[in-house]
Write a protein of this length. Structure first.
Lengths: 308, 103
């Protein structure tokens, strides 16, 4: 059973009560919220995710609840908790939905020391994954959202999970976090995609979340092989240009963007080493999304052709 | 004027048995899990580091050049000296080696 199979009122009742238990990639999460206004958008963001039975192990018990006492009415707040611990200061209630997403990212990062966690987007064509590590403002999420709306499978927008056992990318297929100008760019580029209403004045500026495609969520359990490591950078007016990157530089880029590389020690080093061995690595400048996607499609076609 | 010699930094020798290496296009990636440090080294830098990895080794630029020429007899000596000097500067900047100060 998937979230989309619940009626809106059933979803709302569960969310405000014992919680919505869903699977997102390798993690089972229980989401609870007494902030009713996030229910409809949350249900659409996770429409295609599988509901998990209450007897299954739950990795993260997450709640976003209204502020206490007067803060329920006076400059209303949202409080994030995981396993009944509140790791963050409250945010304005209007930011409850992005807070839930950011909080879930934090949980994955803080508690996943059995996986190499990269601050990177990842998309796949067939069983081949393109990993896009990049600093904020590089256009990573915009490019990721565009690719996902042109036939690439979303593995993750924010956190790429690499199995230490197999070296494969494990999908999360959670919402894509769009910021500022990229919100209107993706609305125009993919009018059929579901985006939440923009939330203004967050620490990241204005943000909106884009729902993953049904195909991405339904294939989330299928891992993908790291095949390309592409460091994207949006630069106005430039053509879409791939620049080959040496494996040493690629290693440093991946290690720099790994959240737990140093914690994992030798395992982290081996995992990053295996990644650079299996990937073609590139720097990538682009300005027009169609041109960028054509480059990605060409890479996929070349890999497919070489495999025959 | 005394000849300047270089030695391995103390931290380098202490964690030597834990250091991991991976060969890459540009040379070598060196990971020291004790220091939590990952560095990309040119092949010549690793070669020089290996020369200093025995406790008590203190080598000058001339010594390094001689070691490189022993390994690569066809290398032009002037180019070799330039490459050695650049590598020594890079290793010192990364605090893997330091100037030897006899007590």
């Amino acid at each position: 059973m998937r979230i989309r199979d619940l009626s809106p009122s059933d979803f709302r009742t569960r969310l405000g009560g014992d919680g919505i238990r869903l699977a997102t990639g390798p993690f089972n999460c229980r989401l609870q919220s007494g902030i009713g206004e996030i229910a409809d958008e949350l249900a659409r963001l996770y429409a295609h995710h599988t509901l998990v039975d209450s007897s299954a192990f739950t990795d993260f018990h997450i709640a976003v609840q209204p502020g206490h006492g007067l803060r329920r009415w006076l400059r209303p707040q949202a409080l994030f908790s995981v396993d009944s611990v509140e790791p963050f200061t409250p945010l304005p209630r209007a930011q409850a939905l992005p807070m839930l997403e950011w909080g879930l990212n934090w949980c994955v990062t803080a508690y996943s020391q059995h996986i190499l966690v990269l601050h990177a987007a990842a998309v796949a064509r067939g069983n081949r994954a393109a990993i896009l590590p990049a600093p904020p403002g590089s256009g990573k999420s915009t490019l990721c959202a565009a690719l996902v709306n042109r036939g690439w499978r979303l593995l993750s927008d924010e956190l790429t999970l690499i199995s230490l056992e197999t070296g494969q990318v494990m999908g999360l297929a959670r919402p894509v976090n769009l910021k500022n100008a990229s919100i209107d760019i993706i609305r125009a580029y993919a009018p059929d995609a579901f985006l939440t209403r923009p939330v203004r004045d967050t620490t990241k500026g204005t943000v909106a979340l884009m729902a993953p495609t049904a195909a991405s969520v339904e294939a989330v359990a299928t891992p993908a092989t790291p095949t390309w490591m592409i460091l994207p950078r949006y630069r106005a007016g430039t053509d879409a240009i791939l620049s080959p990157m040496g494996s040493g530089n690629a290693f440093l880029q991946i290690a720099d963007n790994a959240m737990n590389y140093h914690i994992l020690g030798e395992q982290g080093f081996e995992a990053v080493g295996r990644m650079v061995d299996s990937c073609q690595s590139f720097g990538f400048e682009y300005s027009r999304l169609d041109d960028a996607i054509a480059v990605f499609d060409r890479l996929a076609a070349e890999a497919e052709s070489e495999a025959r | 004027m005394p000849v300047q010699r270089y030695v391995a930094a103390a931290a380098l020798l202490e964690g030597l048995q834990f250091v991991l290496w991976k060969e890459v296009d540009e040379g070598w990636v060196r990971f020291d899990p004790t220091a939590g440090q990952t560095l990309l080294l040119a092949p010549i830098s690793r070669f020089l580091l290996d020369q200093l990895s025995h406790p008590g080794s203190a080598l000058s630029i001339d010594d390094f050049v001689a070691a490189v020429l022993l390994e690569e007899p066809d290398a032009p000596p002037d180019d070799c000296r330039l490459a050695v000097s650049a590598a020594v500067d890079a290793l010192a900047a990364a605090r893997l080696i330091e100037q030897h100060r006899p007590s």
